[in-house]
Design a protein around this ligand. Sequence first.
Ligand code: MN
Length: 237
Amino acid sequence: MSLIEDLAAANRILAEHGVIDGYGHVSVRSDRDPQRYFMSRSLAPELITEDDILEYDLDSNPIDPRGRDSYRERFIHGEIYKTRPEINAVVHNHSPSIIPFGITSESLRPIFHMAAFVGEGVPNFEIRDVEKGTDLLVKTPYLGKALAKTLGGKPAALMRGHGSVVVGENLPRAVGRSIYLEISARLQMQAMMIAGPAGKIACLDASEVKASVPPQDYGRAWNMWRAKALARMRSEK
Ligand code: MN
């Protein structure tokens, strides 16, 4: 049981749930040095093993790249760790069901108890407010800082026309939030279709959000997801 093994498992869990595919990444802050974090080299998440994990400083420079390429959007991770000392895991994904909420005036709402954290607020990062004419990728420290600023103290932020970033105090929480954010967005679209334009949707109220968020670590699910992911990984060796 190690953080590196958990991180390799996290990549495969998110791929298995369709949250990340060939793209997207997950990182974890080092348990030895809070000024460092771990993330895979540039590789499709479903193929990642412990051997692919690199260590980065908070400026997102690899400590020892061993000739390996890094993800171009790694600055998302480093810049969030700088501004959020309590956050120890970051997921960046292109999970499809949340995209419509980043490109319309419709906000994500807390409609499902497994994603109660949505009630804490999910801001939308409009990259055009920061830099015009980009390919939407957060591939500079400048853009990473701007995204971290939009995220502020929230559990997640949408990235208009691109995806989202989801954070947690630990890896199971960031992974679980990413999976249930995708599900919650899908459920909200279904509820909106059933309710129609003037229909009402019952959301978790502020007291329900408050009661749900702190204990939600997705621990039971994490143990199952992790065991399955590691069994798959071992069987490939
Ligand atoms: Mn991306």
